[in-house]
Design a protein around this ligand. Sequence first.
Ligand code: FES
Length: 203
Amino acid sequence: MSGSSFMFDWVYSDKVKSHFMEPRNILEDPEYQDDGKGQVGSMACGDQMLVVIQVEDDRIKDIKWKTYGCASAIASTSMMSEMVKGMTLEEAYLLTPDMITQKLGGLPQHKFHCSVLGDKALRAAIDDYLDRQGLDNPYRKNVAQIICECRNVTDQQIEELVKSGKAETLEQVQEITGLGTVCGSCRSKARDLVHELLHMYGK
Ligand code: FES
């Protein structure tokens, strides 16, 4: 066998394929009664993601989503939607793209940034829920700081990449996450951070 179907088989895990071919918890009901709604990404980049949640007793009772993203974004959000049902809001808020990727059996490195979309939209939905309730967000302080606003890349993600040895230069971080590829205003902050992390992890 040769050609693109062979490459697809080779690059993605069976779990990724399963979630891509049969995504779970897709938002289909236009009348869905959400308690919180989060939308991230941009149509211009073709990677918009919408996540809606229902909350009961501080737990995610139900979650639905839809996206115009790629196979990796679809698979990782589908997996995420299965993982967060029943979680407390705090547990859901602290979920990282790495945790989702591991459950999927990994993603190709250059696809890692696609997996952050669902996670970011979920946080936005929880923010929206708390906002609607008139509550302050007690979890935000525990999560990473966004370094690249355009591509939603956090310091925590960059740290994970450097720590694991997946990236040893700013260029590699850019390649994997898409950081700095839109307005470019985050590049010098990101360069300092990568430098600091390389120093921290002895690379
Ligand atoms: S903030 Fe990073 S590219 Fe714009």
